[in-house]
Write a protein that binds this ligand. Structure first.
Ligand SMILES: [Zn+2]
Ligand SMILES: [Zn+2]
Length: 155
């Protein structure tokens, strides 16, 4: 977790719009994760996330509208409280209270910006050992074999 230098405010929502929020997005706080839990929860090859401190995210709809699944299966151990929309099923805001206390983890697909013009780029990649070999990502990301653990063991 690096201290954000510059942040932009961006809105986010689920597919049906029942859950809406606004977050201060810092360029440094973007990652990709290919762990089993992130693949399962998205039904995809991995998950792209931004994170922020609790005070940098404001729910525009009551937070209680977000359903939460207690995911006790993450590769990293511990529990991730994974938010989702009970109406449309969109993956929403999650939280890892043990590893990242006081932070929200937000799926980039929920954010309302133009993918072609946004400056959003991942800085780190986690669980690269589960990344499909054909899935291309930028050369300049920090790639961890697991969570904060590099291939060479010199995390
Ligand atoms: Zn929804
Ligand atoms: Zn993950």
């Amino acid at each position: 977790m690096t201290a954000p230098e510059t942040t932009t405010t961006v809105r986010g929502s689920c597919l049906c719009g029942k859950i809406q929020f606004e977050m201060n997005l810092a360029k440094e706080n973007n990652c990709l994760c290919f762990c089993n839990s992130c693949r399962k929860i998205t039904g995809s090859v991995g998950m792209a996330n931004s994170w922020c401190k609790h005070e940098d995210l404001k729910f525009l709809t009551p937070p209680s509208l977000m359903s939460v699944y207690e995911d006790k299966s993450p590769d990293s151990g511990g529990t991730i409280h994974r938010g989702f929309c009970g109406t449309c099923g969109s993956t929403m805001i999650s939280e890892n209270r043990k590893l990242f206390p006081g932070h929200w983890i937000v799926p980039v697909g929920a954010l309302e910006f133009d993918p072609l013009t946004t400056g959003w780029r991942p800085g780190q990649e986690f669980y690269c050992k589960r990344k499909m070999p054909w899935f291309q990502t930028p050369d300049d990301t920090v790639k961890y074999h697991e969570l904060f653990q590099r291939d060479n063991g010199n995390a």
